[in-house]
Design a protein around this ligand. Structure first.
Ligand code: AMP
Length: 324
């Protein structure tokens, strides 16, 4: 696999779904387009670091989708191609784009998939257990030799169907990602602050709660950090926002190999940056034309939109309102 200049540092190992998604939003629709948690997260991570994917696809999975991953120098030897139909997900969003309505989940080849981690992946230091059956997340962890950072994600489908396994995965993870509705559902509370405490009591030192167009919160032992979402005039398709966030987050950490709180905060903003680009178009379309300078530019804008001064009553600064 070619080593790209923009993918220095450690590599990211991602396990999760590879999907053919059919999605309808108020701004359009796609049928059987490239999707899946592992795909969004690996492609987002690949803007910062090398990425390796573990997953399964059926014989109907278009060859050009794998070629696209390879064109981003993503290592695909951990993707098993097996007889049968690929995983499919169908969903709809209404005007509240934070709320995905699942119409169909067809596990297909995922029903009897067991991940086999290639030898070359076993020493991976940065691991993202993207949305997939939590039993499979555990099987992946069981095959690794001492990862430095394990991040896990999940969704309501698994919280409702395999709650105990979700909690077991949390017990083996350093950082947990969840969206606000999932955190409330898992923890049985309306308060995200309390939910973060419950999530952290299961094991992870850090809980990151994504709030869609309202940004993301990161809770650690002693602080919490709030990042805004980028204010976009038009969101075409929110599918994959969470995975793009996670991919940008872990990709940046792997590249810098620095787990200080300061750097985690930067990673949250890089995650938000990648998510904000992804939702500008359907499927992976925006990522196909996204450039590194665009990412840097938007990161700076994030700083700008959330910057404010220290408390200082004496300096009114730039005057916005001129009252008579
Ligand atoms: P999100 O970042 O939460 O919007 O993730 C969207 C992706 O998750 C879609 O591309 C779907 O293919 C995938 N997905 C949906 N349901 C599941 C599931 N039960 N297990 C694994 N992946 C799923």
């Amino acid at each position: 696999m070619t080593h790209r200049k923009d993918q220095e540092g450690c590599a990211v190992l991602t396990v999760g779904s590879l999907a053919l998604d059919s999605v309808k939003t108020p701004l359009g629709k796609v049928d059987e387009a490239l999707g899946g948690a592992a795909v969004y997260s690996a492609v987002a991570a690949s803007f910062f670091s090398r990425a390796m994917v573990v997953g399964v696809a059926g014989e109907d999975f278009p060859r050009q989708h794998l070629e696209f991953l390879e064109s981003r120098s993503i290592d695909t030897q951990g993707i098993q191609l097996v007889p049968g139909k690929s995983f499919r997900w169908a969903g709809r969003y209404d005007y509240d784009l934070n709320q995905a309505h699942t119409l169909r989940t067809e596990l297909n080849v995922f029903s009897d998939f067991h991940p086999v981690i290639p030898e070359a992946y076993k020493d991976a230091k940065y691991v993202f257990l993207a949305n997939i059956d939590p039993g499979l997340q555990l099987e992946v962890l069981g095959q690794l030799r001492g990862p430095k950072l394990v991040i896990c994600d999940t969704m309501n489908f698994w919280i409702e169907g395999k709650r105990d396994k979700v909690i077991e995965v949390l017990g083996k993870s350093d950082i947990a990602f969840m969206n606000d509705a999932e955190a409330r559902e898992l923890c049985g509370t309306t308060s995200l602050v309390k939910a973060a405490d419950v999530i952290r009591s299961y094991g992870p030192k850090v809980a990151i709660i994504k709030k869609g167009e309202h940004g993301a919160l990161m809770f650690t032992d002693h602080t919490h950090f709030a990042a805004p979402a980028y204010p976009l005039a038009e969101v075409k398709d929110p599918t994959g926002a969470g995975d793009s966030f996670a991919g940008g987050f872990i990709g940046y950490l792997a590249r810098t190999d620095d787990l200080s709180e300061r750097n985690l905060r930067k990673a949250v903003v890089y995650g938000s940056t990648l998510a904000s680009f992804n939702v500008e178009d359907f499927s992976l379309e925006r990522f196909r034309r996204l450039t590194y300078p665009e990412i840097m530019e938007r990161y700076k804008e994030f700083k700008h939109i959330s910057f404010f001064e220290e408390v200082d009553m004496l300096d009114p600064g730039h005057v916005i309102f001129h009252h008579a």
